[in-house]
Unconditional design. Sequence first.
Lengths: 254, 419
Amino acid sequence: MLKINDLHANVENITILKGLNLEIKPGEVHAIMGPNGAGKSTLGYVLSGREGYDVSAGNVIFNDEMLLDMDIEERAKKGVFLAFQYPVEIPGVSNMEFMKESVNAMRKQHSLEPLTAAEFLKKAKHACAQVQLPLDFLKRGVNEGFSGGEKKRNEIMQMILLEPSLCILDESDSGLDIDALQVVANGVNSQRDGKRSFIVITHYQRLLDFIEPDYVHILANGKIVKSGDATLAKEIEKQGYAFLGLDTSEEPNI
Amino acid sequence: MNQWLQQVIEHGQSCDDWLSPLRAQSLAKLHTMDWPHRRIERWKYTSLNAFDDLTLNRDTAVKTAPPGAIEGLDSIDLVFINGILHTDLKTQVLPKGLRISGLLETPKSEQDVANNIFNKVKPEHHFFGLVNDVLAQDGLIIDIEANTNIAKPIRVVSMSTDKQGSHQRILVRVGANAKVTIIEQEQGDAASVSTCFAEYDIGKEAYVEHYRFAMQSAEAMYFGGCHFSLQDHAQLNSTLIAYGSALSRIDVDIVHNGQYTQAKFNTLYLLGQSEHFDLHSTIEHAMPNGTTEENARGIIGDKAKAVFNGRIHIHRDAQKTRAELNNRNLLLSRRGQVNTKPELEIYADDVQCAHGATIAEIEEDALYYLRSRGIARAEALVMLNFGFIQQLINDIPNKHIAQWLEPKLKSRFVKMQVI
């Protein structure tokens, strides 16, 4: 479903991704780990289409289409979802209104009638319950005044509502206590249906105790330097990235 | 001297009605004032050059229909067309405790009420206020008896049509412990010039919910004023909405003349094309224990220009005043312009005050976030712009009015090149 070929990407003229290759099949969960500045978040942004991230070489094929040619919203409608590491606060736009617009944009893509307010509310209530967000979060401004953990749960809530085919989780575990981590992991696991694929970007093996990956990749200096199964993550947890013998000195701090 | 002003003065000199003695004072004052120019601080960012090319005619045929009702709102409607009241007051059945008379036919008792308000609430330094003193032949005296709650909102609709000058005055006395909602809805079409000034004398423990909608179209020039005096424990909740005019200005004065007064004053302006809107507000805290909360928010697109000057003046005796003033602007284009200046002048030593002003752009991160959830760019921009003003819409106490406004405001976004 996703094939990344020799991807090179720059941010403000600094090359971050330097020939990244990755193939993901339907239903697979791929964890991407790596030291700070390796390009993990950049990968998520490039896939979702964030402006300012210039692809200088390589391509990405998503369900037989050239992903990088699509607008941000088009990628989302085709099934790419990025759970942000730092979700933005948008006061004045209610979470409810935002998600209803968003869900209906997806439905339109699939030639389905838009949901009525009541139908949407029913779905939203269910999604909120799954990530243990109180219902009044729907009425509040998007992420407005949410704690770090609430923002992360809100991202997973959106993922549940939008039913994407490729979920990219960008450090969805960072800043979470163990209970919140479990809530986020349960939310993700509930969406594993054998068809939906996941890229789980994380620093720590801890999240992978709850979301068991099929593959683990180590991203360093803009490339995948090592791939393996879940045991690779455990090794890193024990020994750090040093055992890979990587030269991490020239990593830009982005 | 400016030709238009010359005509105003000539008109004033020939005017003869029961308000003439008061009008004469304004005329005398006007004689001593310069035609506003940009070296005068309060006119620094608003040029009146458009008056040089102004031609008005005396054809009074009305081609446009006045604005329709506000859906769901059961209101007492009073309609002015080009400054003349078109509603027959004799046929109006008014609730007990409410008297409404026109300035053209005013019973003696109401003349006395008017004489106590006319230019008593409005300060004399407002240039177009003086013009309105001289030119407003017609207008309304709205008199609410003490201890009455007027459940039906009073809606004063004014329309100015092509090449017309329209000027009216609204004088309101709100008796002690009375409650009323007054909506001033003003619509100017094509090349018209209108002035509309309103003075509110709000009695002890009275509550006034007030709206001023200055909804103009491009060529219409508009000068408005809303002036309020609050007695002990009086409360004011005022919402001002302005858009659409190539040259518009509103002066607002809220004077806390009593203790324990409360004023909430929200303004929204949505400007596109070459529109110009100038809001000068002055809040005077003359007595202790008053509160003011003023929020003005504007979105400026294309070549539009906004001017905000908000002043809070806390007098020596006004201890324990709490006052907040905030102006936030969203600037959508490089050619747009915002000039904002909040001012605090405090002479009492035990007060809580805050003021601030910001000018920002649409946040790219927020736009990306919405688009990353499948929302088209144009739609996302509408959401973000509307989000910027949503809080003030939520603040509108009357839900029918808020619902009526929402699509009107959203439809402005096209002119503002949001999409």
